[in-house]
Write a protein that binds this ligand. Sequence first.
Ligand code: HEC
Length: 132
Amino acid sequence: MKKHIVPFIILICSLVFYSGCSSKTNTVSFTADVFPLFTRSCGVCHRREGGNPNAATTLVFFETEKDILSKSTEDIRPGKPEESSLVRIVSRVQKVGENNILMPPPDSGVNEWTEEEILLFAKWIKEGAKEN
Ligand code: HEC
């Protein structure tokens, strides 16, 4: 799985570059920037109600803002995108020795996040994963 590590390193390097370039006023907003990504690509399956044939069988929800903000520090580690498992999952990289979880599932027909979107999410975590 070594080849998966390379894009991840590139991602983290670009993140460092990206945050270095952006000014303080350019803070990522959870409500305006991050939450809509989860609604679009995750909430369609990870929700509580409603006859969705794609509904995830696990009890993992990405339906409300609180669902995301209350994820364990392992999923979203404030200040440390490189240690946040959700960044790895949406970046389609796998940590050695970990189950291969890629979301949205590759054959689901739901668009995966673009590199720009992943960077936005990672930057929000780097800025403290705040409810802003
Ligand atoms: C097409 C439906 C679908 C979409 C879209 C989807 N998921 Fe999933 N997800 C699933 C299913 C089904 C599982 C359960 C897989 C399994 O049994 O491990 C799952 C499992 C997970 C898990 C692991 C839960 C556990 O058991 O540890 C995480 C984390 C997760 N998804 C995150 C996401 C994120 C983040 C997104 C959006 C980027 C997303 N998912 C989009 C269907 C989906």
